[in-house]
Design a protein around this ligand. Structure first.
Ligand code: KG4
Ligand code: ZN
Length: 334
């Protein structure tokens, strides 16, 4: 079996070939991040143009690396949303053209589902039911996974996503874009207990998140010191900010585990690349006696490997269709 996976929801133009639900023959990613840095965030028109210019080259590379030709492909899976609509349409157009010309089925993939699926690509099997935590630049969601195809949304952010808060705080501190990796690195030199930023837990029993309060607290803290012409200790701000974000993520994840009593926890999305977060979640899982699974190396942030592998999983279960679909910028679970 050879499944082609296409991911163009944001700034990565990515194509992969999967041979089954866990294994890839190729996984090519080219990001347009360098073109967005000067604007402090992803510019949709630039991302879309970059996809248009590169998508055919990436397709050739993915096929060549996998040592297959288009005629060998059994089905094509593609991200249909959520994401930037113009960017999504570049991937979807290619997928539809391939499906039509090669007479092969097409599998429309929810990007959040693909992030959630990435920990299932580890060699060890994830025991279900599981609680899933997706922490990316656009989403912070807790879900209950009875079956890979049956996802129940337990809670999500009411405002900013966790990764978005990292990106905005990095901007406030003039650390560049994206914020996650640079804040993680800078925080290593800081004291997480020096500055106590607020934790927002919302009302009792809620599994929703809110990250806009902490972002604003960092802004007021930095502005306050600047007005007094005092020095901002950037490593301490980064460490304090990270500690507050991770306290919020851990508390809600713990509440979800206590409520749903799953056998495993699975984590996906760009923020799960953070080693402190992974370490803290592992400690939580151990203390609650549940198994924990993270994405395999290099699969935390956006990639097409997770789209191809989920496509292979669904294809094997007879879930490929030829039905018509379009980009859905605001796609979610349920
Ligand atoms: O999953 P992803 O690649 O794209 C979306 O679907 O949004 O996630 C990107 C997000 C960005 O906000 C980025 O700052 C964050 O993931 N991120 C991190 C780290 N690496 C990436 N956040 C915290 N620590 C990191 N090491
Ligand atoms: Zn993503």
């Amino acid at each position: 079996m050879k499944i082609l996976g296409i991911e163009t929801s944001c700034d990565e133009t990515a194509i992969a070939v999967a041979v089954d639900k866990k294994h890839l023959l190729s996984n090519i990613i080219v990001s347009s991040l360098h073109l967005h840095k000067r604007y402090g965030g992803v510019v949709p028109e630039i991302a879309c143009r970059h996809h248009t210019e590169l998508i055919n080259i990436i397709l050739d590379k993915a096929l060549k690396k996998a040592k297959v030709s288009l005629g060998d492909i059994d089905a094509v899976s593609v991200t249909r949303g959520p994401g930037l609509v113009g960017s999504l349409l570049v991937g979807i157009s290619l997928a539809k053209a391939l499906s039509y010309s090669l007479k092969i089925p097409i599998i429309a993939i929810n990007h959040l589902h693909a992030h959630l699926y990435s920990p299932f690509m580890n060699e060890d099997e994830v025991k279900l039911p599981a609680v899933g935590l997706i922490v990316s630049g656009g989403h912070s969601s807790l879900v209950y996974i009875k079956d890979i195809e049956k996802i129940e949304l337990l809670g999500q952010t009411r405002d900013d996503a966790c990764g978005e808060a990292f990106d905005k705080v990095a901007k406030i501190l003039d650390l560049g874009f994206p914020g996650g990796p640079v804040i993680e690195k800078t925080a290593r030199k800081g004291n997480p207990e020096k500055i106590e930023f607020p934790r927002t837990y919302l009302k009792k029993g809620s599994l929703d998140f809110s990250f806009s309060g902490i972002k604003t607290a960092v802004l007021y803290y930095v502005d306050g010191l600047k007005k007094k012409k005092e020095r901002v200790n950037i490593p301490d701000v980064c460490a304090g900010f990270q500690a507050a974000c991770f306290d919020m993520l851990l508390k809600k994840t713990e509440d979800a585990i206590i409520r749903k009593r799953p056998k495993s926890i699975v984590i996906g999305g760009g923020v799960s690349a953070n080693s402190l977060l992974r370490q803290r979640l592992k400690g939580l899982a151990d203390s609650l006696g549940v198994d924990i699974f993270f994405p395999p190396k290099g699969m935390h942030t956006d990639n097409a490997g997770m789209v191809a592998a989920l496509g292979a999983y669904l294809y094997q279960r007879g879930k490929a269709t030829r039905e018509n679909f379009s980009a859905e910028a605001g796609l979610n679970f349920n």
